[in-house]
Design a protein around this ligand. Structure first.
Ligand code: ZN
Length: 142
């Protein structure tokens, strides 16, 4: 399986039928994450990916093992959090005119971009009320 680590694009041509899996080093600092309130805490991370290439569905799942940071809700100092959500996307070959399925269509270019799926996993992992420590006193104005 071939993945462009800076664009998070999988080349369909590099996949074999059935299960494909791989582990990739991702240069977190080179990717345009465009996530409000969170950014990578390291330059690099590992992406574990498996793609099940079936006749009607291409199932893509994985996990980005990375720390991101977001401002503490009280003192605004960066707090680290780990990506705990899995990456998941389903693709299909043909458009369903009934509009009942929510799967994306495999692009004609044969390039599957999973950046949105990874971004989603990061967004879902941002703590609801991030605190740098449980007893953070917040910003001191003295
Ligand atoms: Zn704090």
């Amino acid at each position: 399986m071939i993945l462009d680590p800076e664009k998070l694009v999988i080349s369909m041509r590099s996949l074999s039928r059935g299960m494909n899996s791989g582990s990739f080093i991702i240069p977190l600092d080179k990717i345009n994450w465009d996530i409000d309130g969170a950014e990578p805490a390291d330059d690099e991370a590992t992406l574990e990916l498996s793609v099940d290439y079936g006749d009607s569905i291409v199932l893509c799942s994985g996990r980005l093992n990375a720390d991101f940071k977001t401002p503490c809700a009280r003192c605004l100092e960066p707090m680290l959090f780990n990506i705990c959500e899995a990456i998941h996307r389903e693709y299909t070959w043909e458009f369903d005119p009934s509009g009942e399925q929510e799967r994306e269509i495999v692009p004609q270019s044969g390039e599957l971009c999973i950046l949105d799926a990874v971004r989603e996993a990061i967004l879902l992992s941002i703590p609801g009320k991030p605190l740098c420590s449980p007893d953070c006193d917040g910003i001191c104005y003295n």
